[in-house]
Design a protein around this ligand. Structure first.
Ligand code: CP3
Length: 358
């Protein structure tokens, strides 16, 4: 499918480090429980999974934040755990407990049974949501598709849900690295197919969330996370011009590895708030775009304070990037929380656009 440039193409241009009139901004988890209209649609669907599996309702909640705020990109409403679910693990959400799997990975036999799911069958609902959203956006802003990183998906698959110390998945990596690599390898194959299919269905940029890479020691990060991120960046098809969907590698705690991530072939590196944007730009700014990185907790502060922090982040990036604001995509350093106020998001988005106007 050809992907003509959207009307507002600031986000795609910034990812390619081309000049833009203002710094583009979107927020991780911009669609979600902090919006009353999201809570209403979710109640109508009955559950988060029913919502994510219904392309019309997934489209509706994707568009909700864009009706309120002049965001420069939409992100597909779905979840990273759709892939292991499609691999047969049985995703469910226990009330108030976050995501869980009915059949987590418990043995090497479980690993050897895994196969890449059929994007046109088990994950068809995701592709239908992507094409529905793309149609309804009608060229207003670009649509971001996404996946979890292989390591982050493996964390949930082996732990069976969230975890405090990742003891099960780290033990597997330490005790049976060959089995861990077989697991990461099949998950990487699935992630690449998943991202390719989202692009083919209409996603114009792709983000990989390596939420839990930062819990690894440097040597384990390189062996069990970085290597597979590099494979994704290398193997995603790279056509010319508009056919190429820029790839953003986001990771929490990826400060020590940003040079490696920037050299992976990805167009952008997404960072959390524990690293300075100026320092990040000095290290990798000439090579790739940088996305980030306001501490999400800043959104609990007053609108005036939010504006001050946005200005500080914008200027820090510019100062580290040789006096230029190009190549910056503004975002939070991680996702939004349900108790955040929409008015504060409005203040943040307005501040980004106003304070970065060229
Ligand atoms: O950013 C967006 O607006 C797009 C939608 C999106 C969701 N999850 C929706 C969602 C995206 C990009 C994700 C990614 C995701 N999911 C990650 C990586 C990003 C990150 O935050 O680090 C991870 C680790 C998950 C796994 C997951 N799914 C968790 C930990 C939870 C939260 C459980 C909870 O109750 O807080 C989910 C559920 C989920 N995914 C919700 C949303 C809006 C909350 C669902 C609800 O109850 O309505």
């Amino acid at each position: 499918m050809s992907n003509p440039s959207p009307v507002n193409d600031r986000f795609l241009r910034a990812l390619r480090r081309q000049p833009v009139d203002r710094t583009p901004v979107w927020l991780m988890r911009q669609a979600g429980r902090y919006l009353p209209e999201y809570r209403a649609t979710r109640a109508q669907a009955g559950s988060f999974l029913n919502l994510a599996k219904n392309p019309e309702l997934a489209c509706e909640v994707t568009l909700q934040p864009l009706r309120r705020f002049p965001l420069d990109a939409a992100i597909l409403f779905s979840d990273i755990l759709t892939v292991p679910d499609a691999m047969g693990l049985g995703l469910y959400f226990a009330d108030g407990e976050g995501p869980k799997f009915e059949r987590p990975i418990r043995s090497t036999a479980d690993i050897d049974r895994l196969a890449v799911p059929d994007m046109g069958k088990e994950l068809r609902y995701v592709m239908d949501a992507v094409s529905t959203i793309r149609r309804e956006l009608n060229g207003s802003v670009p649509l971001i598709g996404f996946s979890g990183s292989p390591w982050t998906l493996a964390c949930y698959m082996v732990e069976g849900g969230g975890s405090d110390n990742y003891s099960k998945v780290k033990s597997l990596a330490l005790n049976d690295p060959a089995a861990m690599h077989r697991l990461l390898s099949v998950v990487t194959d699935a992630v690449i197919e998943y991202l390719k299919a989202q692009h083919a269905s209409g996603a114009q940029a792709l983000q990989v969330f390596d939420t839990w890479g930062g819990v690894l020691s440097p040597s384990m990060y390189r062996e069990f996370s970085l290597r597979y991120l590099q494979r994704i960046a290398a193997e995603l098809p790279r056509g010319d011009g508009d056919e190429r969907a820029p790839l953003i590698l986001f990771g929490k705690g990826n400060d020590p590895y940003i040079e490696d991530l920037a050299a992976s072939g990805a167009e952008a590196v997404g960072v959390d708030w524990t690293i300075g944007l100026g320092d990040t730009a000095r290290r990798i700014g000439g090579q790739v775009a940088i996305q980030g990185n306001l501490d999400p907790v800043t959104l609990y502060a007053t609108p005036e304070t939010i504006r001050g922090e946005v200005g500080r982040a914008l200027d820090d990036y510019r100062d580290g990037n040789g006096g230029s604001r190009e190549g910056h995509v503004f975002n939070l350093g991680h996702g939004m929380s349900p108790d955040m106020q929409p008015e504060h998001v409005a203040a943040m988005v307005a501040a980004v656009h106003e304070l970065s106007a060229r």
